[in-house]
Design a protein around this ligand. Structure first.
Ligand SMILES: Cc1ncc(COP(=O)(O)O)c(C=O)c1O
Length: 396
């Protein structure tokens, strides 16, 4: 089938929840993907910050094949060896106590929302159930995570939403202080807002949140679904800030493209859950856990994350050199970068696709660069060249 055939059938049978480009990607290798018409693209979307090790990574393919011949799925009523190993590796990397596994970022955040509330419930403080979240944030598409998301466009039409979220301003500690009261149980924040436009938290802001949480006895939750798993050049973004949360959520890059999510918590916070409090049929299943184990092993190999920092700086510097009066700023960390424009960038994304470069927006005016962490200099040079050419054709 061609791109056109697949798109036509898709429009007929697939629910209309995405504004899709008229391209069907059928094959990938490293930083490249090919569409159904045989056209090649440089992939700086990587499944939106998911395919950490590029497409068709041989190590991941091998581990998936091997596990698929042993055991696909068993219930979490039994111990799952690769899941236990993955938990050990993640809690070690994070300096946390325990891990819970699920299948997506929204589910990981749902788990975190439930955990922080149950934690206070168990302490006989069930009145403490309000979670402070931030304008511009994105935490997922389930009802609770959409309520936690500080962007009304994701909430419209879904009322009544779960209660118990209060919205503060990102990078503004006083707005948090004003919202904290005796009903507050936690603060939940992305160290780098992803969908909100690749906006890094200021160091003082995260430090200040930690202090407020310590003073008031609140739990601090970092949503690292997009910025975790090496994307910033550190395993976790919080390590770049030196501010440790009580709960961390992960998904996207964790499985390198295999669906898996996780919530990590300190032993103390993890004590909020007891058997029966939370569950997920597929969470941390043998296939997902086997692949994620390998992802963790690879990104913790000596030098891997340093290379992410270096290549990220190279991309940042290359983007900074692009001179165009419509660019407001370039920002981000490692290989999680955004170029903010004065105008909306939808057409610019389309021109890049036509020229063989996949990019995606982060909000209406920010062009996001989240290639595989294995991207090389020459691929970055090619991408930036296509970006420059696209800017010449873009009439905004
Ligand atoms: C920071 C953050 N949290 C949560 C999510 C939701 O993840 P998922 O789409 O896997 O449910 C996303 C997805 O973009 C995200 O960027």
């Amino acid at each position: 089938m061609t791109n056109q055939d697949i798109a036509a059938k898709g429009q007929q049978y697939v629910m209309n929840t995405y504004g899709r480009f008229p391209v069907a990607l059928v094959r990938g290798k490293g930083s490249h993907v090919w569409d159904a018409n045989g056209r090649q693209y440089l992939d700086f979307v990587a499944g939106i910050a998911v395919c950490l090790l590029g497409h068709s990574n041989q190590d991941l393919n091998a581990v998936l094949r091997e596990q698929s011949q042993k055991l696909w799925h068993v219930s979490n009523l039994y111990w799952i060896e690769p899941q236990v190993e993955l938990a050990e590796k993640l809690v070690f990397q994070a300096g946390m106590g325990k891990a819970f596994f699920c299948n997506s970022g929204a589910e990981a955040n749902e788990a975190a929302i439930k955990l922080v509330r149950k934690y206070f419930y168990r302490r006989k403080e069930s009145h403490r159930n309000k979670i402070i979240v931030f304008n511009g944030s994105f935490h997922g598409r389930t009802l609770a995570t959409v309520a936690a998301t500080g962007q009304t466009k994701y909430q419209e039409g879904f009322a009544p939403l779960p209660e118990g979220f209060a919205y503060a301003e990102f990078n503004d500690l006083s707005s948090v202080e004003q919202l904290v009261d005796e009903s507050t149980c936690a603060v939940m924040v992305e160290p780098i807002q992803g969908e909100g436009g690749i906006r890094p938290a200021e160091l003082g802001f995260l430090k200040g949140l930690r202090e407020i949480c310590d003073q008031k006895g609140l739990l601090l939750v970092f949503d690292e679904v997009q910025c975790g798993m090496g994307r910033t050049g550190k395993f976790f973004a919080f390590q770049a800030y030196g501010v440790k949360p009580d709960v961390i959520t992960l998904a996207k890059g964790l499985g390198g493209g295999f669906p898996v999510g996780a919530m990590l918590a300190t032993d103390k916070a993890a004590g909020g859950f007891a058997p029966g409090d939370h569950a997920s049929t597929f969470g941390g299943n043998p296939l997902a856990a086997a692949v994620a184990n390998r992802v963790v092993d690879i990104i913790t190999e000596e030098g891997f994350l340093d290379q992410v920092s270096k290549i990220g700086n190279y991309l940042f510097d290359s983007l900074k050199k692009v001179k165009d009066g419509r660019i407001v700023t370039v920002r981000g960390w490692g290989l999680m970068l955004g170029v903010e424009f004065k105008a909306e960038i939808k057409e610019l994304v389309e021109i890049c696709i036509q020229k063989g470069l996949l990019l995606v927006g982060a909000g209406p005016r920010v062009l996001r660069f989240v290639p595989p962490l294995t991207v090389n200099k020459s691929e970055i040079d090619q991408a930036v060249e296509i970006f420059r050419e696209a800017l010449k054709e873009w009439n905004s």
